[in-house]
Design a protein around this ligand. Sequence first.
Ligand SMILES: C[S@@+](CC[C@H](N)C(=O)[O-])C[C@H]1O[C@@H](n2cnc3c(N)ncnc32)[C@H](O)[C@@H]1O
Length: 383
Amino acid sequence: MIALQELIKETLTRVWHVPILRVLSVSPARYADIRDRLTKLKGFPPGDGTISTELRTLRLKNLIEQQPQPNTRRKAWALTDLGRTTLRLVDQFEGLTNPDKVQAEERRFGMSMDELQARAAAIDPTVPHPARRYDYLLGGKDNFAADRESAHEIEAVMPTVRLAALENRGFLQRAVKFLATQGVTQFLDVGTGIPTSPNTHEVAQAINPASRVVYVDNDPIVLSHARALLMSAPGGKTAYIDADLRDPGSILNSPQLRSTLDLSQPVGLLLVAVLHFIRDDEDPTSIATALIDALPPDSWVVVSHATFDHLPSDMLSKVEAPNRDGRFRARSRDELAGLLQGLDLVAPGIQSVAQWWAEQAPQPRPASEDVAIYGAVGRVMNS
Ligand SMILES: C[S@@+](CC[C@H](N)C(=O)[O-])C[C@H]1O[C@@H](n2cnc3c(N)ncnc32)[C@H](O)[C@@H]1O
């Protein structure tokens, strides 16, 4: 497989590649429609044979594919997942010719443009990633076949996993709203995920437009989206750190964090559906403690975490099976309580995310065993 960075460079050098990808991003199209749309887009028609050659090349690179059309035996050309991702990255890099904009981007993400491009292009479509699998479960489009397969494996043993993803997302939004109503205006959202509206800054800024949010994730696909989508409302501020939760120092010492949050004022730390990707031998307690201890007085912590506590015993051996890379570690209530030492949990304490601030959620609430995720919100006890 050709590396994504090479693919982007090559795509940019071919006159008709990007225009074809762009017209197909609107909707699948047959040859004659592609020709018409290209003529409109560029203001002149492509030369004879050009489209056929370009379509062949794009198909060989797995950027486009032929799809059956309803009510006809003819097929239309459409973008593949890789084609959509490549086009998004091309769009981001192509627009950056102005040196001031380049510098602003470099400051925003704390890395050089070369590093930024290399990181964004490090997306590996062949290996399932938690962010893309979660995006698929939530009904998003930023995922690849490997992510969907992995989601289907989980769904085969836990048929309600999509509901669980939606409930987790609902919990995050309710918890941010709760903190914002308590006067919290600064958030550190670790394990952001692919942007899903409303995102943390949108929920917080709906209550206080001056809210500031620092997002952190270690997946290059999240970085590529964050560059385009995590734009703050005027009056507030957002920043993004490409960092690994397993190295909390890289988050706490990041210039983006220091220039966005005032660490003398309370912060809401979000560790939502991320700690279960930290294995026991990576010491999740020390990681959580390092972040919690660095928070200013009167700060808050929001956590959600997968659990098998509510599952019937015949399901337990099956739900472990899809955990092929050993990255995923569900934890019991007691284990989660151990990670949350030093927090004064608000009612209802450690509880299914479906039951947390349940009166603010759509009714009726699903059963805890169909969700299998604990949520908790606590105030940092200052010693
Ligand atoms: C299931 S998604 C949760 C997204 C969001 N927090 C939510 O609950 O809606 C988990 C996210 O954690 C990120 N993640 C997993 N391990 C991580 C690590 N060690 N450091 C930073 N992010 C990580 C994944 O890339 C993914 O975006």
